[in-house]
Design a protein around this ligand. Structure first.
Ligand code: SAH
Length: 288
């Protein structure tokens, strides 16, 4: 099968994957339906796919026969290849004339070290394309029925990582500034230090009763959602056995899940049309 035949199945305007190029693509949070057309176009033409731990394996079913799938997983706590080695692997494949799809979980430029890998390619003179993906902090929350912004709740949202390069709670984060200035805080990689982080936010003025939503394995078959509060989230996450990968969302938007849990509704949950309690009392939902 040739590349041009494959392209015939795709809408006009999707590029040909040239030999010796690296496409650095986001795979979204897990559900293959959240791949972009550019990512699928890359999967269908790639000679090699270098993928991460957080890329759902079912996504690899989209490759053409004979494609090499090369796991470059990096998972906290387990031995993992060094970032530099992954970049060198991409360079070697590209120099060998392969079409290299570098597939990363979520969006490659959101806490994904995509920038570092791309800069390695620039340094080596390897041509590349960036394919953004649906990031877990937006798409993963949406699968739990939690919007990252909602007009009645927040005009700003902050995305932050719960640990830095050393594995500790990031010192570089201005916790006081974020606690005071960001009505919604969406945290990646925050489970390990959740207790410390929640305590920091409370110490900086957030209420212990503020809603917190934790979405584990978002958009995958094992998706779990814990609705809790800032004061109780760490303890309740332990009790519920919530493990990474998980996204933690702090803020009033979490209440909207009561009305927007569309996956729950598909299995019979009755949704609340006024989750924020904004409608005047006694007024029915369809009153003018
Ligand atoms: N580039 C990725 C983030 C990589 S950092 C993105 O844009 O989504 C890894 C962290 O992402 C995990 O620790 C977790 O906080 C989050 N994450 C990724 N996939 C997830 C999923 N399916 N469900 C919940 N959290 C996820």
């Amino acid at each position: 099968m040739t590349v041009s035949e494959l392209n015939n199945n795709l809408p006009q305007g999707l590029p040909e994957f040239e030999s010796g190029w690296v496409w650095l693509a986001g795979a979204g949070p897990g559900d293959p339906g959240l791949l972009t057309l550019h990512a699928v176009n890359g999967l269908r033409q790639a000679d090699v796919v270098v993928y991460d731990a957080l890329v759902d394996k079912s996504i690899l079913d989209w490759v053409k026969p004979g494609t090499i799938t090369d796991y470059a997983g990096k998972r906290g706590g387990k031995p993992s290849p060094k970032q530099r080695d992954i970049t060198l692997k991409l360079i070697d494949y590209a120099r060998a004339g392969k079409r290299v799809l570098r597939l990363k979980g979520g969006d490659p430029f959101v806490f994904g070290r995509g920038g570092e890998e791309a800069l390695g390619l620039v340094e080596a003179g390897v041509p590349f394309r960036i394919i953004p993906g649906v990031t877990a902090g937006i798409g993963g929350l949406a699968y739990a029925g939690i919007p990252a912004t909602h007009r009645d709740c927040n005009q700003a949202v902050t995305f932050l990582t719960g640990h830095d390069q050393t594995g500790l709670t990031p010192d570089a984060v201005n916790w006081d500034g974020i606690a005071k200035g960001s009505p919604v805080i969406v945290m990646y990689m925050a489970m390990k230090h959740l207790e410390t982080i929640a305590a920091k936010l409370v110490a900086c003025g957030r209420s212990v009763d503020e809603p917190v939503g934790i979405v584990c394995n978002a958009s995958l078959a094992g998706q779990q959602v814990l609705e809790t509060t800032l004061g109780r989230c760490s303890e309740e996450a332990k009790v519920a056995g919530i493990k990474p990968p998980a996204i933690v969302c702090v803020g009033e938007v979490v209440r909207l899940r009561e009305g927007l849990d569309w996956l729950g509704a598909m299995s019979g949950k009755v949704l609340n049309s006024d989750p924020l309690g904004l409608r005047p009392e006694g007024r029915s939902a369809d009153a003018g």
